[in-house]
Design a protein around this ligand. Structure first.
Ligand code: ATP
Ligand code: MG
Length: 588
């Protein structure tokens, strides 16, 4: 369906009004010092994420506000800010009692249960560096990450420990303590070399003096998604709180009474920066869904919890689109004010789907594990150009750079130049190193520019458009083609649920464009449908950019954070080794 290239903002109709309505003025008047004034800081002048996220709200009336509402198999349970303060103090005391010091590393391997959130924030209070891992990882990726990260403590469950860690524990000589969190009602078992979470917490005081961390002290370790290769361990500092607060305000438009739901797992940076830190910094209530994706349940949560701000990912939106509009249309979502997405390019079709089915367009935003927080975003105060990632946030200086024949970097001055997306250093949540890979870290910078590895263009209105990762871009008959635009065109066809596009070496054109497509229920991958899709793409994109081959797959290989693994599609197509598959979603 042909649609207009713009969705006009409805800022005047939104209640509460968006936090950001004058793009230039807000950016011009912005300073990180101004943000510092909005935070509390420790009595000693230091900065600690957990203090800003929890303690600031735990005292007084705000203490009774629900910080996290967990929706689990056995119903719903709430943790208020005051309770979260008490529990995280206890956990910080547990660590102190075990002799775990500042800067040492604690890993969490658990589902989205309360103990995970308590462990993450309690570790920060102690000054311990925390690394949440996705609980669906297999033993090998867990052991590799814990060994690389020199894990001193692990918080996990008896089942996960037995299944995934016990057999490999001798590879982790530095791992001194393992705390096991039992499910409600689960009997205690004696497992050698482990401690019981409840017992340790019961004996710990609820008072704790937060470690006097500075803005430059490490707080978090996050592994990248592994979309382009072996995941890298990115180290983040307590000062990142300034970015989390700022982006919570501008990009997610958080207001004090919001009921906010971030669907990402804390095993990925989104699930920590925006599933834990940013909403707490703004004192809002977060919904935590302990279960995995299910279209009907998700719509029910949106409705029953009266979610106002929803932050999700393209893969989830595509799954909802695949389920069709019927489950969404069971009811309306009167409380919902803002829907945002991150992680992958968001096809225009998905932006429109939000508008048509939820009553709100999806606001795409862009960032990376390395940036620690949202850098470029569509926000409710401004028009959306579906397919664009939006514009840089206050405090973020972005540009497009190209390289000349000698490899020197030049900032593009002409709109719509395709080049590498770069950011000027100086935003507080920039990662401060890759674990054990100093040279790789240094290579990411050219003077004061961080080169992101993503190709994009910036139009005359300052909107950024994702073209592709530099590794995924296809060179065909002299054209530079981003898989995203080809995939977006395929997604406009009613039969297509997902599309992944690669370049396949070809003696004539350099690389031939090949698409892999999974279909919506009710469609069959017949030769006639293949012809129809090839024709549809040619009509939309022109012969030079349209795919020449289309294969149907039941689903596309994805990372556990939901990104299409084009490198795997390519390796499989060419019969090459698959490389690091530690983050590959099961069954993909
Ligand atoms: P690895 O670095 O290990 O290959 P990764 O880059 O996928 O994995 P993340 O840091 O989780 O790991 O993802 C960041 C990347 O995701 C970005 O560099 C970009 O390629 C992609 N991305 C995130 N948001 C968007 C978006 N809104 N539009 C397009 N791409 C996006
Ligand atoms: Mg990356």
């Amino acid at each position: 369906m042909e649609r207009p290239g713009i969705i006009k903002h409805r800022a005047a109709a939104l209640r509460p009004a968006p936090n950001w309505t004058d793009y230039e003025a807000e950016r011009a008047g912005f300073s990180w010092d101004g943000v510092r004034a909005a935070l509390d800081f420790l009595p000693c002048g230091g900065l600690n994420i957990a203090h800003e996220a929890v303690e600031r709200h735990a005292r007084g009336e705000q203490g009774e506000r629900v910080a996290f509402r967990f929706i689990g198999e056995q119903g719903q349970s709430d943790l208020t800010y005051a309770q979260l303060s008490h529990q995280t103090n206890r956990f910080a005391n547990v660590l102190a009692g075990l002799g775990v010091g500042r800067g040492e590393r604690l890993f969490v391997l658990a589902g989205r249960v309360p103990a995970l959130y308590i462990a993450v924030l309690g570790s920060m209070k102690r000054g311990t560096v925390v690394c949440p891992l996705f609980s669906a990882f297999g033993p090998e990726p867990i052991a590799t990450r814990m060994s690389l990260g020199d894990a001193r403590v692990l918080v996990t469950t008896p089942t996960l420990y037995r299944r995934k860690v016990e057999a490999l524990r001798d590879r982790l000589p530095g791992l001194r303590h393992v705390l096991l969190v039992r499910a409600p009602g689960e009997a205690r078992q004696e497992i050698p070399g482990t401690l019981d979470w409840d017992e340790a917490m019961d004996g710990a005081s609820g008072l704790f003096d937060i470690a006097p961390t500075s803005a430059d002290d490490y707080a978090l370790l996050h592994f990248t998604s592994g979309t382009t290769g072996t995941p890298k361990g990115a180290l983040h500092v307590h000062g990142a709180a300034l970015t989390h607060w700022t982006t919570g305000k501008y990009a997610l438009d958080l207001h004090p009474d919001d009921i906010y739901w971030c669907t990402a797992d804390p095993g990925w940076v989104t699930g920590t920066s925006y599933g834990i830190v940013a909403p707490l910094l703004h004192g809002v209530t977060s919904i935590i869904d302990e279960a995995e994706f299910d279209a009907e349940r998700w719509y029910r949560i949106l409705r029953e919890q009266a979610v106002t701000v929803w932050y999700t990912a393209p893969t989830a939106i595509r799954m909802l689109m695949r389920a069709g509009p019927a489950p969404a249309r069971v009811s309306t979502y009167p409380a919902l004010r803002m829907v945002a997405s991150v992680g992958e390019p968001l096809n225009p079709e998905a932006v429109w789907w939000g508008e048509e089915v939820l009553g709100h367009p999806i606001h795409d935003n862009w960032w990376q594990t390395e940036t620690g927080g949202i850098m470029i975003a569509n926000t409710p105060g401004f028009d959306i150009k579906p397919g664009s990632m939006g514009r840089p946030l206050p405090g973020v200086d972005a540009c497009i750079v190209t390289r000349d024949a000698d490899g020197a970097v030049h900032v593009a001055t002409e709109p719509d130049t395709v080049g590498e997306l770069a950011l000027k250093r100086g935003w507080p949540s920039m990662w401060r190193g890759y674990l054990n890979e100093d040279a790789r870290y240094r290579k990411c910078f050219d003077g004061d520019l961080y080169l992101t590895g993503d190709l994009a263009r910036c139009d005359a209105d300052g909107y950024y458009w994702f073209v592709g990762r530099s590794d995924d871009v296809i060179k065909s008959s002299g054209h530079l083609i981003g898989p995203f635009e080809v995939e977006s065109a395929l997604l406009e066809h009613p039969a297509v649920a997902e599309a992944g596009v690669i370049g396949k070496p070809d003696p004539t054109v350099g690389e031939m464009i090949k698409a892999f497509v999974s279909l919506k229920p009710g469609y069959e991958g017949t030769p006639a449908l293949r012809m129809e899709l090839l024709g549809h793409a040619r009509k939309r994109l022109g012969a030079a950019v349209a795919p020449k081959e289309i294969d149907f797959l039941p689903s596309l290989p994805r990372t556990r954070s939901g990104k299409i693994l084009r490198r795997l599609l390519k390796a499989r197509e060419l019969g090459l080794p698959e490389g690091d598959t530690s983050t590959l979603e099961a069954g993909a």
